[in-house]
Design a protein. Sequence first.
Length: 271
Amino acid sequence: MSHKVVVITGASRGLGLGMVHAFVAKGWQVAATMRRPESVTELDGIPQVRKYRLDVLDSDTIFTARDQILADFGRVDALINNAGHGLFGLSEMVSEAEAQLQLDTNLLGGIRVTQAFLATLRQQQAGTVVFITSILGHVAIPLGGFYSASKWALEGYAESLSYELRVHGVRVRTVAPGAYATEFADVADRSAVAPDEVLGNFATQVNAAMGNSRYFGDPKEVPPVVYRAVMDPRKRFRRYLVGMDAKAFYLVRKLLGQRIQHWLARKYLKV
């Protein structure tokens, strides 16, 4: 099979689904993985796409999907770790189980999938691993501590992994989107957001800002950047930022320091 092959996790909706269509448009074969492939009919009938059941919390499904993908395609040219979910709330109101699930999904989930494919990538002496992180993996906002922790850690893991894989010809990238109007924003768990009697109107204002669609960018901006990250021939580790908010906050933090970045965050969130 002459076409290149990409594996995308969390491909059932949102940014992941957009990535599937972006790579199909470029002529790639796509292994679209998701927890419930039978429920996603939009991809049916696209010859370049095959769906696989994969839950990043379940190692058995990861290895089963990997084996089937390799049997179907024979190789993997790119792995995009996109699956994840959001948890937002006051730290003292987030249970240990909720925090564990956040880290298990966003951090360890991507690591599990990557480890499953590492031997193949190393033997090929070629390929690209992409982790979809977040601008909140570079700067933090109130009530987003556990989400930021998961994405910050993923950035660190990816950078470390890049050293290990470079000698095998495998490139590592991270793509950090800003705020985008996808289903992610709608299903993000905010159950631990503090009631007003705990923090006054602070939590209400932050929660309202997080859900304010006028701050969201167009999610169609993200898949082309992911494709560019995959196609970037440079061997060294690369970070990509997507969205004006992501680029602005990252550059302010880097160039002007934490104090100015915190001031801008307070203005942005109206707190």
